[in-house]
Design a protein around this ligand. Sequence first.
Ligand SMILES: NC(=O)c1ccc[n+]([C@@H]2O[C@H](COP(=O)([O-])OP(=O)(O)OC[C@H]3O[C@@H](n4cnc5c(N)ncnc54)[C@H](O)[C@@H]3O)[C@@H](O)[C@H]2O)c1
Length: 437
Amino acid sequence: MKNNTRRDFIKSSAAVGSFFILPSGLRAKSPNSKICTAHIGTGGKGRIDTMYLAKHSNVEVIGLCDVDYAHGKMDTWSKQFKSATAFQDYREMLAKLDDKIDAVSISTPDHTHYPATMDAMERGKHIYLQKPLTHKLKEARQLAEFAAKKGLTTQMGIQNQSREAYRLARHYIQEGLIGKVTKVYVWSFKTWGYDGEPFKEKSEVPGTLDWNLWLGTAPMHDYVSKVYHPGQWRKLLDFGCGTLGDMGIHIFDTPFKALDLKDPKWVEADCREPNGFGHAEKNMVRYGFNPTKYTTDNFTFTWWDGADAPRHKNNPDLMLPNGDELPKQGAVFVGENGRMVLPHCSMPTFYPDSVTKNIPKTDIVGVDHYTQFLDAIEGKDKTLAGFDYSGPLAESLCLGVVACQFPGKRLNWNAKKMKVTNLPEANPHLKGRYRKF
Ligand SMILES: NC(=O)c1ccc[n+]([C@@H]2O[C@H](COP(=O)([O-])OP(=O)(O)OC[C@H]3O[C@@H](n4cnc5c(N)ncnc54)[C@H](O)[C@@H]3O)[C@@H](O)[C@H]2O)c1
C-alpha cells in the first residue's frame, strides 16, 4: 500500500506532461522517495547504464536480469546491490517485481529491445532504452505511440546528445553560423557487417548462458562461440542493424535535431548484394528530406560506413585546408556561408576560420543523460531523447537498413502509411517476426 501510493505519485507526475515542475516539497511528502529500477542486460553497455543510473541519489536498484550470469556480472552486482533480486528471464522479473518497479533500463542486443520494452511499458514503467531504439522500423513507431498514450517518461541511450559538444553544435547550426545547410555528410569507419558465408559449425553453450532466452523472439540459430554473443550480433540481420544502427544513430542525431529533419521522402543505398545473413561491411546510404527552416531546398544527406569512409575524398566538401584531417567518424555540415566539422564526441570546428568571429554567446553546458531521465520521472526535467524524438530518428535509420537490402534502388517512403510505395518487396523488412520462446 505504501509503495503503491508512491508509485501512483511517480506515475501521475510524469503523466501530466513531459515537463512538469512539481510544487516544492511535494515529493518530500511521498512515503519513500526512491525510484526503484530494474535492469535488463547488465553486461557490456548495460554495465555502464546500471552504474550510471544507480549513482543517482534517488535510485534504488531492485532487479537485475541477464541471460548470461557471467557476462552480466551478476556476482559483482549482487555484492553491490544487496537488496536487488537477480533473474535470467526479464519476463519473470517484470512479473515478480511488477508493483515495486518504477523504471526499467534495457541494454540488450537490438532484437530484444521491442519485446522487453513493450512488456515493461504495458506495466506502466518509465524506460531508459539503448540505441538504436528498435531492430525494425514499425517497432519504433509502436513504442513511441504507446509511450505517448501511457504518458511514460522515456530516454534513448544516445548520451552524447546531452553533452556540451553536441548541444553547442546544434545551437550554432540553428543560429545560422554557417547559413542554411545544403549538404550533410555522416560516416563511421566501423565495420559492423559480415560478408562471409553462414556459420555451419555449432559450439557448446556456456553453462552461464541461457541461449533460448538470448535468442528471445528471434528465429532459432545454433549457438556458435564468438559469433553472436557478446557484441558480435550487431553484424547479423536477425539481431542488429549493422554500423548504421550502431554508430549511425549517434551520428545522425545532431543533424536530425539541429536541422529539425523529419521523415525521409526517399532513401537509396550502395553496398554488396544481400546474403540473407549479415549486414554489408561497407555501405553508402543517401536520403531525401523535405527542406526545413535550417536547410536549403536542395538539401542532401549522405552516410558511409566501413573501411575508407568517408569515400569520395576528392569531393571538395570533404577537403580541409592547412593539412587538417577529417575525423574517423562524425559529420560535415556544408552551409551557404561555411562548413562545420563535428567529430563524433568532440567539439565542432569551422571552415573558414572567419566563421568563428560570429560565434553567438551562449551559456549552454552539458548535462548527464541518465540524470535527465531520472529527473524527468520526478517531473523536474525533460528528456532530450524521449521516444517522441528518438522514435522518428530510429525510423529513418531503420529505413536506411532496409535500403541496404535493395542496393541501387530508390525506395520512395510514405511515412504516414509506413509503406515503401514503389517497391512492395521492401515492406516485409519493416516489421519483426516473433518466435515464441
Ligand atoms: N550508447 C552507447 O554508446 C552504446 C554503446 C554500446 C552499446 N550500446 C547498445 O547497448 C546494447 C547492448 O550492446 P552491447 O555492446 O552491450 O552488447 P553485449 O552483447 O556486449 O551485451 C548485451 C548484454 O545483454 C545480455 N542479454 C542479451 N539478451 C538478453 C535478454 N533477453 N535479457 C537479459 N539480458 C540479455 C547479454 O548477456 C549481455 O550481458 C545495444 O542496443 C547497443 O546498441 C550503446
